[in-house]
Design a protein around this ligand. Structure first.
Ligand SMILES: Nc1nc2c([nH]c(=O)n2[C@H]2C[C@H](O)[C@@H](COP(=O)(O)OP(=O)(O)OP(=O)(O)O)O2)c(=O)[nH]1
Length: 140
């Protein structure tokens, strides 16, 4: 019989940062390519904050990797949304594109610029719903 007992992790939840990018009254939505259970669903570009990174640095890195753009990170959008049974949290920021940089779907299946009327036209990842609920105020 193994003698080890399960020790509940006490560390803080992993932070996933994501970007709301609004240009000319439209928000950028990106379609995931993986993993299979999330592929085809829509999200905001972003990813995990790596050890030693600030959230702003992580978001700038993810925007460069996923979209090929340079950004300025602004205010928070919406609440912290728990993910993975509380082991992670989704934290979203408004982000501005620098110097006319134009996003490209470098890691996503596709991307779309959605008007306020089109927010419901894609299937968002479930955790994004409270973030999407904040967008009409920002898009109008
Ligand atoms: N980027 C992003 N991830 C989201 C959103 N909503 C949501 O539930 N997630 C989840 C999906 C994933 O389980 C997790 C982010 O993982 P990821 O695979 O994008 O992170 P990453 O870019 O650091 O990927 P990797 O290096 O681990 O491959 O957060 C969202 O709007 N944007």
């Amino acid at each position: 019989m193994p003698s080890e007992q399960y020790v509940r992790p006490t560390s803080s939840p992993r932070v996933i940062v994501a970007a709301v990018i609004i240009t000319a009254g439209r928000v950028l939505a990106c379609q995931r390519s993986a993993p299979p259970e999330a592929a085809g669903k829509w999200e905001f570009p972003g990813g995990k904050v790596e050890p030693g990174e600030t959230e702003h640095q992580a978001l700038a890195r993810e925007c460069a990797e996923e979209l090929g753009v340079r950004v300025k990170v602004g205010d928070r959008v919406g609440p912290d949304v728990p993910l993975a049974h509380g082991r992670a949290v989704l934290r979203v920021y408004a982000v501005t594109l620098l110097d006319g940089d134009v996003p490209a779907a470098l890691e996503h299946t596709s991307m779309r610029w959605l008007t306020v009327d089109q927010l419901g036209s894609v299937t968002w990842l479930p955790a994004d719903k409270p973030i999407v609920a904040e967008l009409p105020a920002l898009l109008s």
